[in-house]
Design a protein around this ligand. Structure first.
Ligand code: SF4
Ligand code: SF4
Length: 235
């Protein structure tokens, strides 16, 4: 089976938007009054300033978003479970999920109308504002974000490894790589390599975690006899 090229690729806002569009409806969440509030919605365009979405301004969620100016977005192409293996492990189809952690701001009615003159993706936002007065203040742009495409092929249908992560950032945000970190305490015993079912450990001196194949499951940390593996950093 062919291997995917795992070299780092910095995704553009256009590519991030296109991945999100393949899913369509996504979950948008924010924190308000120490509670996590979620809704389903979709992005409705992008440009060099970020990725756009909209809602009715009087909805509690819009008010929550305006208060926090922060949102996380996530969704998956195929959530079906095709069956189970003999040991009970669910069989998932090859699919990908996307998640973004970002900062948002309102976009004025005039700005959307002006942008829509050259950006056809924003036409429906203009039409909605004509139909629904509550939409006039309901346009937002995610102008700064970090995120990840989490592409799974757990049964190795299309390639020779289970997982491919692609992390991205825009608008000045910065992400940390996934995966635990193997330190100089490594004695090269190979137990982490044997424990990892994701083929995400490279032999060497010291051994290394390959971030974009790593599930962050922690089996390697548990297997290491000399505590040479540190937990991953927060995204
Ligand atoms: S955290 Fe899990 S997937 Fe990542 S290297 Fe360790 S065992 Fe492999
Ligand atoms: S289990 Fe620990 S000591 Fe052994 S190779 Fe892995 S990191 Fe190194």
């Amino acid at each position: 089976m062919a291997s995917i090229d795992l070299k780092e690729v910095m995704m553009t806002i256009k590519e991030i938007y296109e991945y999100a569009e393949k899913i369509g409806v996504l979950t948008f969440s924010t924190i308000y009054n120490d509670e996590v509030h979620s809704r389903v919605a979709h992005f409705n365009g992008y440009d060099e300033e970020g990725i756009y979405f909209r809602t009715m301004i009087n909805k509690p969620y819009a008010r929550q978003l305006m208060k926090t100016c922060k949102v996380t977005v996530c969704g998956c192409t195929d959530t079906s479970i095709l069956g189970h293996e003999e040991d009970g492990t669910p069989i998932f189809p090859p699919s990908f999920s996307i998640r973004l952690i970002g900062e948002i701001k309102q976009v004025s009615e005039d700005t959307i109308i002006e942008k829509a003159k050259t950006n056809k993706m924003l036409d429906t936002a203009v039409q909605d504002m004509e139909k629904y007065p509550a939409m006039k203040q309901g346009n937002f742009v995610m102008y700064k974000a970090k995120g990840e495409i989490f592409d799974v092929d757990f049964h190795k249908v299309n390639r020779d490894h289970k997982l491919l992560r692609t992390r991205f950032e825009f608008g000045g945000e910065k992400f940390n790589e996934a995966g635990p970190r193997i330190t100089d305490k490594c004695i090269e015993c190979g137990l982490c390599y044997k424990a990892c079912t994701f083929d995400a450990i490279k032999k060497g001196s010291p051994y290394e975690v390959i971030p974009n194949k790593c599930d962050d499951c922690g089996s390697c940390i548990i297997a290491c006899p000399v505590d040479a593996i540190e937990e991953s950093l927060t995204f």
